[in-house]
Design a protein around this ligand. Structure first.
Ligand code: R1P
Ligand code: URA
Length: 332
């Protein structure tokens, strides 16, 4: 069933050095990455890479397969992680589509961090709902993110007396401040002329599109009637809800070099690697949870196009420091 043998049960790699799920190896992913949910969004972004024509990107679904064009690397893993690497204004960049949810963010982050040397900048570019009355088709830049999870034992645990709340809402974790500013500045520049509103605020990442975002579903007991109010009570500046950003921001804080520095742990030795991740996120507002409206589909490609330029400009403007180890593309 597996097309390759893998070594090590702890962190499986195939004989070519590819990771188990994302299936990339050193040299195939840039230090600057945009991660999206949707494959079509990934292809649309890659059209902005230097010297890329739409024809280069017109691949059929159904990997795993690899197409290496003159200056663009494309690989779809068996698990449907799609990686496209090229350059933008001469700077190596990648877009990685990860589908949806926190486990996919975890696979992506750990496996991509493993194959890239030096500091990284990662921007999530997704869609979201808003709990404020902001019109659909607007753009949000995340200042930070918190997590909303279903408290499973509340529903099915044996020790229900101690389970007081059906949902767990964490404290927030901030975005990289410089990346956040760059995203806001560049997105404003691109969106203002098209009269697209750009707002900044806190994001909540939920472990479901439905129950833990306060949607009602009569097929299941979700006990979420008060959830949106509870979210607003704990995080009054919450603007948006989606499903991955907290995973990115949290894990960026847990990269060993960042974590040790912030905890004042043992100084990094000269040989210790800098595995820092500067993380940011921006979303298109698809759902207005106050007036219950959803974005018109024809607006999405236009919005994505505007945002793509702003995000790519922010990503390459960010200073990754002297350690910025821009790796050449395979075969270049
Ligand atoms: C749910 O529809 C999906 O949309 C949002 C959520 O985070 C979730 O992944 O983001 P993407 O549009 O990036 O997938
Ligand atoms: N994605 C989400 O996770 N929630 C929404 O409301 C819209 C898009």
């Amino acid at each position: 069933y597996l097309s390759h043998d893998f070594e090590s049960a702890n962190f499986p790699l195939d004989e070519e050095g590819r990771t188990y799920h994302v299936s990339t190896r050193p040299g195939e992913v840039a230090n600057r990455v945009i991660t999206v949910g949707d494959h079509y969004r990934a292809f649309q972004i890659a059209q902005y890479f230097d010297n890329v024509s739409i024809k280069d990107l017109n691949i059929k679904d159904g990997g795993p397969y690899k197409i290496t064009k003159s200056n663009v690397f494309i690989y779809m893993s068996k698990r449907k992680f799609l990686t496209i690497t090229g350059t933008y204004k001469g700077v190596p960049v990648s877009v990685v589509a990860i589908c949806m949810g926190m486990p996919m963010m975890d696979f992506f982050l750990r496996e991509v961090r493993y194959v890239v040397k030096g500091p990284m900048a990662i921007v999530r570019f997704g869609s979201c709902g808003t709990v404020k009355d902001i019109e659909t088709g607007s753009v949000a830049v995340a200042t930070g993110s918190f997590m909303i999870s279903r408290n499973y034992d509340y529903f099915t645990g044996n020790d229900r007396e101690n389970e007081t709340s059906p949902y767990l809402i964490t404290d927030s974790c901030s975005a990289d401040s410089e990346l956040q500013e760059l995203l806001y500045k560049n997105l404003k520049r691109e969106c203002d002329s098209a009269k697209i509103k750009v707002v900044k605020g806190l994001n909540g990442s939920a472990d479901s599109f439905y129950s833990s975002q306060g949607r009602y579903d009569t097929n299941f007991v979700d006990s979420n009637e008060e959830l949106i109010n509870d979210i607003k009570k704990k995080h009054p500046d919450c603007l948006t809800l989606e499903m991955e950003t907290y995973g990115l921001f949290h894990m960026a804080k847990c990269c060993t070099s960042t974590y040790n520095k912030e905890q004042n742990k043992a100084k990094r030795s000269k040989s210790s690697k800098n595995n820092e991740i500067k993380a940011g996120a921006t979303t298109m507002i698809f759902a207005n949870r106050v007036d219950n409206t959803f974005i018109a589909s024809e607006k999405i490609p236009v919005l994505q196009e505007r945002m793509t330029k702003g995000i790519l400009d922010a990503l390459i403007e960010l200073d990754l420091g002297d350690d910025d180890d821009l790796q050449p593309l395979e075969g270049s």
